[in-house]
Design a protein around this ligand. Structure first.
Ligand code: ISL
Ligand code: CA
Length: 557
């Protein structure tokens, strides 16, 4: 059992633009976050992951950085940021920053120079190519619709942008670029931060020659887990990461557990853990995420179990069910109507009792839900807006496109945090940059704090349990009753201590019957989202809608 603080921690993700506005301009900011630190302390989280707060023209809400060492003016100043870091540290919490270095903004000084001329000293900081037969240099597509290349008139060449046209990809083949990145990381670490979340870190190395995709799809085969990615990360680890006691989590698209074990293996020469997307793809169709597709619990369990067992003893999992790019977990995997409270708790139980570091996304702890704005004009996310135009051009009808946005759009997760039932949910005294979800009158932090039966207090308890029971952090995972379409049940085992987790994923009641008898000396019900008679045996139980129970058994044979 290799003990590490970042395995025992619970992380809380903040999307600053939507968390708390302190000055009435409708945009969340650093002073807003500072005013809510006691709220985070009450919840009990250990680490805050702050989405980008650097200078940015906000084409992709801060994921397009124009100055890596400056704070976005709308969010505040470096002094505010320092106050935030100190405020977290004083309360015993840590801070990890978002590192976005696959690309910068096109307004970054490097790119401003780079586009000036072919012999500019920054030319090679980005990926420039001449066109092929008057068209793009290759067939790669952008994650945000359309080709991944943009023609630039100044020098008559194209630059690569895997994301928006305002997010040119940095050229990691250039050792100067790598050194700039490492220096910048060191600069932040020396300010006292506790780690990094690394944006799309597995696409930084592109296959030399930048060949067309072999199947004509334009997809990622020539840059996902590219040829030099491990070399680059090992270099980064040697030059920077290994010198600090920090946590690192890499966002890695389209990876298998074998890939993840290379990025986040226990030998520790790259990263501590990765975010993988397999579960997030469960309701995608053949054309991708916008093709809304029903999902099955057996598939869900198969994916989670695969990651749990295949990383066991080899690498560490990060556990999340939503983030700023994904729909709200409650609307996606739970029930955001009548069973709101119990189903939010059921999903929270899963999040906190799998093996891996749990990540809570802001608002999840009060059961925030997806939103349905009437018109496309109310949406702000570049991915959503690009997709809308693209699908319209291709003849899809409006209601179908809107339905995809309602189920999958990133703005579902980005509506302002709901603090109370007053004007604009207490998020701002002005007009919020993205409208508040109309359900804020019921679903808000003030109500949650007051009600001992709330999702918030249940999350708080889950976090406390993690601190008390090693088995929750370190126990080995094993699935039970695998083929059950309605119940997700598993054990976590550490020595003769065993956790038994039983979750009803649906509204319909379900009969749970253990396939195998478990023999033990003591049992304790650690947490449940309904009242449970103490004496009740768990070998056979009738589960209520979205019921969740966690038993701790001792003296297991
Ligand atoms: O958002 C997605 C799902 O539709 C993903 O494709 C997402 O773009 C991908 O996971 C990369 O995400 C990260 O990098 C993007 C940024 O827009 C996301 O917010 C960030 O999490 C570009 O920096
Ligand atoms: Ca503000």
């Amino acid at each position: 059992m290799d003990k590490k603080w970042w395995k025992e921690s619970v992380v809380y993700q903040i999307y600053p633009r939507s968390f708390m506005d302190s000055n009435g301009d409708g945009i969340g900011d650093l002073q807003g976050i500072i005013s809510k630190l006691d709220y985070l302390k009450t919840l009990g989280v250990d680490v805050v992951w702050l989405c980008p707060v650097y200078e940015s023209p906000n084409d992709d809400n801060g994921y397009d950085i124009s100055n890596y060492r400056g704070i976005m003016h709308e969010f505040g100043t470096m002094a505010d940021w320092e106050e935030l870091l100190a405020g977290l540290h004083e309360r015993g919490m840590k801070l990890i920053m978002d590192l976005v270095v696959n690309h910068s903004s096109d307004e970054h000084a490097w790119f401003v120079e780079s586009r000036k001329s072919k012999d500019n000293e920054y030319r090679d900081y980005y990926i420039w190519r001449p066109g092929k037969d008057g068209k793009e240099p290759n067939d790669w597509g952008s994650f945000f619709s359309g080709p991944a290349w943009k023609y630039d008139e100044q020098t008559g060449e194209y630059y690569l942008h895997l994301f928006s046209t305002k997010q040119p990809d940095l050229n990691w083949e250039n050792p100067k670029v790598r050194q700039e990145v490492y220096d910048m990381m060191t600069w932040w670490l020396d300010k006292g931060i506790d780690g990094f979340r690394m944006d799309v870190i597995n696409v930084i190395s592109k296959v030399p020659g930048l060949p067309d995709s072999s199947d004509g799809s334009g997809c990622g085969e020539h840059y996902i887990n590219g040829p030099r990615v491990h070399e680059f990360l090992q270099e980064m680890n040697r030059e920077v990461l290994s010198k600090y006691d920090i946590m690192t989590v890499g966002e890695t698209v389209d990876v298998t557990p074998e890939d993840a074990a290379l990025f986040a293996g226990s030998d520790g020469n790259e990263l501590n853990m990765v975010f993988q997307f397999e579960l997030m793809g469960i309701d995608s169709g053949p054309t991708g995420k916008w093709e809304v597709t029903p999902w099955k619990l057996t598939k869900f369990k198969e994916i989670v179990s695969k990651w749990q067992t295949e990383l066991q003893g080899k690498a560490w999992n990060s556990i999340y069910l939503n983030n700023h790019d994904q729909p709200r977990q409650l609307s996606r995997f739970g029930h955001d109507g009548e069973h709101h409270n119990v189903s939010a708790k059921m999903l929270g139980t899963l999040l906190h009792t799998l093996q891996g570091t749990p990540y809570i996304y802001q608002g999840e702890e009060i059961g925030m839900t997806n939103v349905r704005f009437k018109t496309i004009e109310e949406y702000k996310d570049i991915e959503t807006l690009n997709m809308y135009k693209d699908y319209q051009k291709r003849g899809h009808d409006d209601s179908e496109i809107m339905e995809s946005i309602y189920t999958k759009g990133r703005d579902n997760a980005r509506t302002p945090m709901q603090w109370n039932g007053e004007v604009q949910a207490g998020f701002t005294t002005g007009t919020p940059w993205l409208a508040v979800n109309p359900n804020y009158k019921e679903i808000n932090a003030e109500n949650a704090l007051k009600n001992p039966n709330s999702v918030f207090h249940y999350y708080k308890k889950l976090i406390e349990l993690r601190k008390k029971h090693d088995v929750i952090v370190y126990g080995d995972y094993a699935i039970i009753n695998e083929s059950n379409e309605q119940i997700y049940a598993y054990t976590r085992t550490l020595g003769d201590v065993q956790l038994l987790v039983i979750l009803n994923f649906y509204e319909q009641p379900a009969e749970f019957k253990l396939d195998e008898q478990i023999r033990f000396q003591n049992k304790e019900l650690l947490i449940a989202n309904y009242d449970v008679p103490v004496e009740e045996d768990f070998h056979q139980i009738s589960l209520r809608p979205y019921e969740a129970r966690v038993y701790k058994l001792q003296g297991v044979e």
